[in-house]
Design a protein around this ligand. Structure first.
Ligand code: ADP
Ligand code: MG
Length: 669
């Protein structure tokens, strides 16, 4: 069978149904998705060296023959594989750890290419844990810039490379250029086929950047084209239930809140109310930094819908968050006699007739029958696509389209949001609620680690506050290695904080276990919660006052800011400690900006300047962005795409792509 761009990925040779399931977790469903799964960085193995010339400290590729290879046990009991490799200039010892199968894969006499770091091992120069590749195969893993992808359990970069190279060869000729030559010339853009090939296997760093720029251009352009088409359609056909605002009731409710709304909250509400009253559906984006108080705005809007005898739905990206929203909203609206329901894959409460339903994706698939659905609120837009929205309208009675309020903490500059999400109206919460104390932030180098632990213990004891400890993680997805790291850390912390109870939360726990861990922390049974960055989006625990982040250098600043936003929600002074083992000035300086800058968008911008777009947004950070290749802060490119779009809207090939939304990040997932 001929492989096509839209073929399911399982038909790619050596993928099959089992691997296809794993790839699905990475958002890869079709052959085309696989081609657009761009690496987030490259290992530079392009320096090919004769063995006689290698130097400790260098990262190189050598090419030679396996002269000997044995399994050994080191003094510390580790299993080590030691090989001697020679070429015409000399020989080199190569070691690996815990890979006993190498003896079979690389028997004596095999011609191999090995890429990795040259090191000292005692007094000997060796190559340590290199990547290997049989010489007679195509160079994918050595002697070039080698792509590194975001991984998940059972899907490694090495495996992906092989599949992608194969698919590139078979189907890249099917990629249809959707830009006219003039546009490519004006904006100095690479051809599409070349860009897709080069982003995976670039001949040089410069070509890699050019390829990425071309694909980023497409991503931004298609996003805008799509927004334009959606807006057109939205305005043409849709009808919603107009929601008149029960002013007195709403005012009474607002007065009953334990705090005063900020001006921004009030203005946003006014903008929302002005939309709700119309018989055409609202489509509004509420942007507000973490902790700016978006939830209560949504609750008030839902209350207004309730007053009109209409149902509201609040969709959250995760089960944990849905549950939290359920509790918050129940606390707010329960006393007014309003039934609140919850629907997640794990737990269902009062589902049948609740006028206010909170839930996850499950809400869409469980075939819930809506009762005059008037308003849908989506927390963190990126997880819900156009298709889900359509589905909600379909499930609605009388074919009415619900008003739509999307909330996000993504640090998008306002001007950029207006360009990229032209189909949405915008409300912004710039102000933080009154009385918020800045989360005092310190970068903690290794030598101050002990002192920091003591200091945290003191804080907990004195204030009765709680602490988050965020554990290091390697890739954005949680792998078994991450889980192991968390467990080791757990033991360590138990010894350090011997007098306190510690909870554990990571992405691979069962939903029930997650809920239990979080509940224990919320009800203060545990003083400390050790977790992977799953807490990133939206967890609200006002009694948490310390946020300790291990290996902080591995995070983007915007992401650190999101994590930091988990504390400082109550009235007690809160602290964020950024632990790092990094010693280089650049990294420390980057982290130190967290000590002085407290605005998400500003931090994201600083990060872009310091690390470049590829590094910052190439990794799919949950809750931060729905762009996978481009960056919200690449103002230059955004302007160029905005300008280019004007002459391209009628260009049929681009229009087709926008209609389909073929680029992965734009597909509803
Ligand atoms: P986010 O915008 O990040 O979703 P939340 O809605 O979770 O923020 O609100 C964060 C915290 O601030 C909550 O505990 C909420 O009750 C509180 N809050 C919201 N608005 C105000 C306000 N105007 N004054 C004081 N506290 C507020
Ligand atoms: Mg929130």
């Amino acid at each position: 069978m001929e492989l096509r761009l839209d073929s399911p990925v399982q038909y790619v040779p050596r993928v099959g149904p089992r691997m296809a399931k794993l790839l699905d977790k990475l958002g890869i469903r079709t052959v085309e998705n696989l081609l657009y799964y761009v690496p987030f960085r490259y290992d530079d193995f392009s320096l090919v060296s004769p063995i006689a010339r290698v130097q400790p400290g260098e990262t190189v590729t050598i090419s030679g023959t396996i002269h000997s290879i044995v399994n050994l046990l080191t003094k510390s009991g580790k299993r080590m594989q030691q090989a001697v490799v020679n070429d015409e200039t000399g020989k080199l010892t190569v070691i690996w750890f815990n890979q006993p199968f190498l003896i079979r894969v690389l028997p004596i006499g095999t011609s191999v290419r090995l890429a990795g770091k040259i090191d000292w091992f005692g007094h000997k120069v060796i190559m340590s844990s290199p990547v290997y590749e049989i010489s007679k195969t195509q160079s994918l893993h050595t002697s070039r810039l080698v792509p590194i992808y975001s991984e998940t359990d059972g899907v490694t970069s090495k495996w992906l490379r092989g599949r992608i190279a194969d698919v590139l060869e078979k189907v890249s000729s099917q990629l249809v250029e959707h830009l006219p030559d003039t546009t490519k010339q004006t904006y100095e853009l690479m051809d599409l086929q070349k860009a897709v090939t080069s982003v995976h296997f670039p001949p040089s760093k410069k070509k890699a950047d050019e390829a990425r720029r071309r694909l980023a251009f497409d991503e931004l352009l298609i996003l805008q084209a799509r927004a334009y088409l959606l807006r057109q359609r939205w305005q043409q056909q849709k009808q919603s239930y107009p929601i008149s605002i029960p002013t007195d009731d709403v005012q009474r409710f607002i007065t009953s809140l334990p705090f005063e709304l900020t001006n921004d909250q009030q203005n946003s509400l006014k903008e929302i109310f002005d939309d709700l009253i119309k018989p055409t559906p609202m489509n509004r984006l509420l942007v507000g930094d973490v902790g700016s108080g978006k939830t209560v705005v949504a609750a008030i809007a839902m209350y207004a819908a309730f007053g009109n005898g209409l149902q509201s739905v609040l969709l959250a990206p995760t089960q944990i968050l849905a549950q939290q929203h359920y509790e918050t909203i129940t606390k707010l609206l329960g006393p007014l006699g309003i039934d609140v329901g919850l629907v997640t894959g794990e737990r269902i409460e009062n589902e049948a007739h609740s006028p206010i339903l909170i839930g996850t994706h499950a809400l869409l698939s469980e075939g819930v029958n809506f009762q005059k659905l008037g308003l849908v609120v989506i927390d963190e837009q990126h997880r819900f696509g156009v298709e889900q929205r359509a589905k909600l309208s379909e499930q609605n009675t009388q074919g009415k389209t619900p008003h739509l309020l999307t909330m996000t903490a993504t640090p998008i500059p306002r001007t950029v949001a207006r360009i990229l999400f032209g189909n949405l109206d915008l409300s912004v919460l710039n102000q933080m609620p009154k009385g918020r104390i800045k989360v005092k932030t310190w970068v903690v180098p290794n030598k101050k680690r002990e002192a920091a632990y003591e200091w945290i213990t003191k804080q907990i004891n004195q204030t009765g506050g709680q602490a988050f400890v965020i554990c290091p993680f390697i890739e954005e997805s949680e792998t078994l290695a991450t889980v192991k790291a968390v467990k080791t850390e757990y033991k360590k912390l138990k010894a350090i904080f011997a007098k306190h109870t510690i909870g554990l939360l990571h992405g691979r726990m069962k939903p029930k276990e997650k809920t239990t861990a979080l509940d224990r922390f919320r009800t203060q049974k545990d003083a400390i919660l050790l977790t992977t960055p799953v807490v990133e989006v939206g967890i609200d625990i006002p009694n948490a006052i310390v946020m300790l982040i291990e290996a902080a250098d591995r995070f983007g600043l915007a992401q650190l800011h999101q994590l930091r936003g988990r504390v400082g929600r109550g009235s007690i002074g809160s602290f964020c400690l950024l632990f790092t083992e990094a010693q280089d000035e650049g990294t420390l300086a980057r982290l130190k900006t967290m000590e002085t800058i407290y605005s998400g968008p500003q931090l994201a911008e600083v990060d872009l300047k310091l690390r470049g777009p590829g590094k910052l947004f190439g990794t799919r950070q949950h809750g931060v962005t729905e762009l996978t290749i481009a960056s919200f802060f690449d103002t230059e490119l955004i302007k160029q795409t905005q300008e280019a779009l004007k002459s391209l809207l009628t260009f049929p090939l681009l229009r087709q792509k926008a209609e389909k939304g073929t680029i992965q990040s734009l597909a509803a997932d």
